[in-house]
Write a protein that binds this ligand. Structure first.
Ligand SMILES: Nc1ncnc2c1ncn2[C@@H]1O[C@H](COP(=O)(O)OP(=O)(O)OP(=O)(O)O)[C@@H](O)[C@H]1O
Ligand SMILES: [Mg+2]
Length: 288
């Protein structure tokens, strides 16, 4: 059974006003336990709106979201439960750090869940370790951390709730390559250690190629593709028409193909590209 499922989701901002905007249009897709899904789409395509529908921060006008087979809006009084089960890390989450210490900030979510002090303490340490925040930073003010550390502290606050589904809205935006790498490794570690499903929004195709088992492509609030990365990145024309990129490795393979080399389809990581080029060299390559 899917851990998370969206069925015919619709969301309209400012319904009935002149500013009405149909931001999410009949979107249906399902995520299996342990799966990592990358969400891509041009600015304004509805990615953030969809993420907020999935954890019950926004209520759909039509359609349902189910977590573990349960309709999250069946009883609106229990919606909070699902916000803990589907943890959402906003874009630039570091702007939401507010407590006196990093430790208190990370503890905020678990505290709201009504856990014991002991359990909260353990979760804070586990989450901090997972995002690679050393213990000596915990008593500090979040405002004394570096940009990358702040981002990780904010993510730790959601991870400490131990959600079954972790959603991150552009988790690597604005970070340098090293900061980006740390976040990607952290996402993978959370997924592998806990078996949680992860959804992440990204403008960076390399990040999507490196992490995602499946990719959801949105345009104008609609679902365009939902498939494995090799299948999605093989549709380079569709992506280009949506002003989206393909990973560097895919671009290199397309270039070779256009020059008449018999390269395999479905390559989207640099490792696979290197293997393919080595194979071509060995076999003497060109077929044209
Ligand atoms: N609070 C709001 N009120 C009215 N319209 C909104 C609101 N939030 C978003 N929209 C509109 O809904 C559409 C989808 O916005 P959304 O933020 O979900 O897109 P996005 O894919 O996350 O974009 P980005 O890549 O820029 O983050 C856009 O046209 C946007 O202008
Ligand atoms: Mg957004």
């Amino acid at each position: 059974m899917p851990i998370l499922s969206a069925q015919h989701l619709n969301f309209i901002y400012g319904k009935g006003t002149p500013y009405e905007k149909h931001a999410v249009h009949d979107i249906s897709f399902s995520v299996e336990p342990g799966e990592i899904v990358g969400i891509i789409g041009h600015t304004g395509s509805g990615k953030s709106t969809l993420m907020q529908l999935l954890n019950g921060l926004l209520k759909p006008m039509n359609g349902t979201v189910t977590v573990d087979g349960q309709d999250i809006w069946q009883n609106p009084k229990t919606i909070r439960k699902y916000r803990f089960q589907v943890g959402l890390v906003f874009q630039y989450p570091e702007y939401q750090l507010f407590d006196e210490t990093v430790e208190k900030d990370i503890a905020f979510g678990p505290k709201n869940m009504g856990l014991t002090e002991e359990e909260i303490g353990e979760r804070v340490l586990r989450a901090a370790e997972l995002v690679d925040l050393p213990p000596h930073l915990l008593p500090k003010s979040p405002f004394d951390l570096s940009g990358g550390e702040k981002r990780r502290a904010a993510i730790a606050g959601v991870i400490a709730m131990e959600p079954k589904v972790l959603i991150l809205d552009e988790p690597t935006a604005g970070l340098d390559p090293k900061g980006r790498q740390t976040i990607l490794e952290m996402i993978k570690a959370y997924n592998q250690k806990t078996g949680a499903a992860v959804l992440f929004v990204s403008h960076n195709m390399e990040d999507v190629a490196a992490l995602a088992h499946r990719v959801l492509v949105l345009s104008g609030g609609k679902e365009v593709l939902f498939d494995t990365p090799d299948k999605v990145f093989a549709q380079s024309e569709t992506l280009q028409n949506l002003s989206l990129d393909v990973p560097v490795a895919t671009r290199i393979m397309l270039g070779l193909k256009q020059k008449g080399f018999a390269v395999k389809d479905g390559i989207y990581t640099l490792e696979a590209a290197a293997d393919e080029i080595a194979r071509l060299k060995k076999e003497g390559g060109a077929n044209a």
